[in-house]
Every structure is written in C-alpha cells, then in structure tokens.
Design a protein around this ligand. Structure first.
Ligand code: MRU
Length: 352
C-alpha cells in the first residue's frame, strides 16, 4: 500500500486521518505531543501498533516543541508528556510499551538537550521501522498456517493502517495471498467505527485481493455454511495466559470457530503481550462515547433519548485461540509456558 499511516516531516508528525477514509486522503499535522494525544484519542490514528508508533513520535515532538533551559527541564517535560500520551486509550498495550521505550531513553544519562533529542528521534524511528519488519515476519510465519485456496475471515482493521506498514492479521493475509493461498477474504464491517468496511476492504481492494464485505451479524451464517476456512484477527493486548483483547466482536467469532471446528488465529507482535497481566479479566476495556453507536456519519439512527453502550474491545479466552502468530514464530497452547520461552530475557524485562 502506498498511503502511509503516519510519517515525520520537519519536526511535525503527519497522521492520516482514518475517519475520512476511504473517501478522502488527508494528513493531520501534529506539532506537539498534545496534538498526537488528540489524534490517538479521537481515533484519527488507531490500531495497537500504529498508536504505539504515533506515541513514540509524540515523545520526540515533546522534546522539540519548545525551548528548554537544560536537560533536566527537558526530562521533566518528557515525563509529563509520557503520562499524558498513555492516557489517550487504555486497552492497547503497545501505547504503554512504546512510551516506556522512549522513557528509557529519557532515563539514560545524557548531558545535553540536543543529544537527548537526537536519541529520542532515533528511538522513535526505530520503533517505526521495526514495526514494519516485524509485521513482514508475522506475515511469513502466519502464511504457513494457511492452506492453499483458503477463504478467510477478518475483523476490524489489522492492516497497514493499523501499523507502521504491512499489518498483522492483514499482513498474514497479504503474504498468504502472494503465495497463492488466499481465494477470498470475508471482511466484517465492524460496527460502530466500521474499520472493516472503510479500511480493511479499502486496503484489500488496493492490493486486488478478492474480498467481500459482510455485516458483523452475517459471520455466523457464512461460517455455518462452511464458507470460511479460518478466522484471523489482530490483538490489542495479550495476557500472559494468552487471553486476548481485540476489537469488540472478536470473542463472538472465536466462539463461532470453536463450535464450527475451524481455526481461530491471532496475529500480533510480541510487544502486544503484557506479561504483567496474568489473565484477560485484568485487561482494562475501553468504553467509548455511546454517540459512536447512535450516530453514523453524523446521522442519528436511534430514537432521541435511547441509551447505548460502546465497549470498544472484548476478551477472547485462550482456550478458543488455535494459535498466536508472532514475529518469533507460531505459539500454541499452553501460552503461558510457550510465550515466556519465545521471549529473550531482555524482552521479558521490558514487559515487567
Ligand atoms: O479501536 P481500534 O480501531 O484501535 O481497534 C483496533 C483493533 O482492535 C485491532 O484489531 C488491533 O489493534 C490490532 S491492529 C494490528
């Protein structure tokens, strides 16, 4: 895909406004960390890895958005910026992980403002480029699980737009398609933000990957009709036991897969694991404004005064997940044991 989710330009962060897709390609210019915070909160940029990458650059912007008398003043400002950025959205752990990586740079002994800025820029760029290469590895690993001539179903958008590039679940689909393994992709529209309808089908169309858009409540019908060989989704946070938080509606799909005996795969970078969290019950679920359910494109679709609820994510228990695909390989149950084995000592420390 040629359209970039975000990029740095002359000390500003350009963020593709995903609310306007697919009809308009427009980049919001962020000059301060608060601008980045707003883009994450309002979901102009969304998807766990992408908001992590954005927050990394948000920390860098904080270091250049004003003058600092000395390095300790800069470090204090960065602490405030970090705290603010992580409050934008609560569920995707990549946001916390990326800010923590930037804070490690802040904590390192550094004598000057200029060199700290340079190191922050280096780290933010590293998070960005690493994300793309990690996604390509996830794609390669995941494609091994896809049988020739498969029809797969995906939920939400775990594509290039949800990451620095390539995508996680959609990265697997892209790679598998290039290997001639994908016949068709069913795309859940993903109410209420419509990530599937607006973003995933757009990405697939650009790549000329055959896809068909369905409403979320049609998935059960097509799965029961044996039209789907596997379901692949992304993740916002994976607990140490493999319980996975992802876009609302994911759990329903996992139950459908179990009942209909088809594989249910989660594709995510290892930065999406949160080993501090033992199981899914402890993952904080973001509740968003109920107006996002009541209105579509600014048009009210429910009666005035009706109450609505909008949990943005749900938890899929590990026993419904056939495998978790990461850049390090394919993890099978028991996740708690296999997950720890797959991470290096340094990576484990980073999560703790
Ligand atoms: O609310 P969103 O659009 O940020 O939710 C996105 C998802 O749930 C994705 O599936 C997840 O972040 C993985 S993206 C590679």
């Amino acid at each position: 895909m040629t359209v970039r989710t975000l990029f740095l330009k002359k000390n500003t962060l350009k963020i593709l406004d995903q609310w306007l897709l697919p009809s308009k390609i427009y980049y919001i210019t962020c000059r301060t960390y608060k601008d980045v915070y707003q883009c994450i909160k309002d979901m102009a940029v969304r998807g766990a890895p992408a908001i992590g990458v954005a927050a990394g650059y948000g920390m860098y912007l904080a270091s250049v958005e004003k003058k600092f008398k000395n390095v300790s003043e800069l470090k204090k400002y960065l602490q405030i910026a970090g705290k603010y950025l992580v409050s934008a959205r609560p569920t995707a752990v990549n946001l916390f992980w990326a800010v923590e990586r930037m804070k490690r740079i802040v904590r390192s002994p550094e004598s000057g403002v200029r060199s700290l800025r340079k190191n922050l820029l280096q780290e933010a760029n590293k998070i960005y480029y690493e994300d793309i290469s990690i996604n390509k590895k996830i794609g390669e690993n995941g494609a091994k699980l896809i049988k020739k001539n498969s029809t797969v179903l995906t939920h939400c958008n775990a594509g290039a737009l949800a990451t620095a590039g390539w995508g996680t679940a959609l990265g697997v689909i892209r790679t598998a398609y290039k290997k001639g393994k994908i016949k068709l992709v069913y795309v859940d529209e993903t109410r209420p933000y419509l990530q599937g309808a607006r973003l995933t089908s757009w990405e697939l169309q650009q790549e000329k990957i055959p896809c068909v858009l369905i409403t979320d409540n049609m998935a059960g019908y097509f799965i029961s009709q044996k039209k789907v060989d596997a379901v692949i989704v992304g993740a916002d946070r994976i607990a140490a036991n493999g319980d996975t938080a992802n876009k609302i509606g994911t759990y329903t799909l996992a139950v459908l897969c179990k009942y209909n005996k088809i594989p249910f795969y989660v594709a995510a970078p290892s930065s999406t694991f949160d080993l501090m969290i033992t199981d899914g019950k402890k993952i904080k679920i973001e509740y968003r404004n109920s107006d996002e359910v009541i209105f579509i494109n600014g048009k009210r679709i429910a009666p005035v005064g009706v109450k609505a609820l909008h949990p943005a994510f749900d938890i899929t228990p590990n026993n419904l997940i056939t495998a978790v695909i990461t850049e390090k390989g394919i993890l099978h149950p028991p996740y708690i044991k296999n997950l720890k084995k797959s991470l290096s000592y340094n990576e484990q420390i980073l999560f703790l």
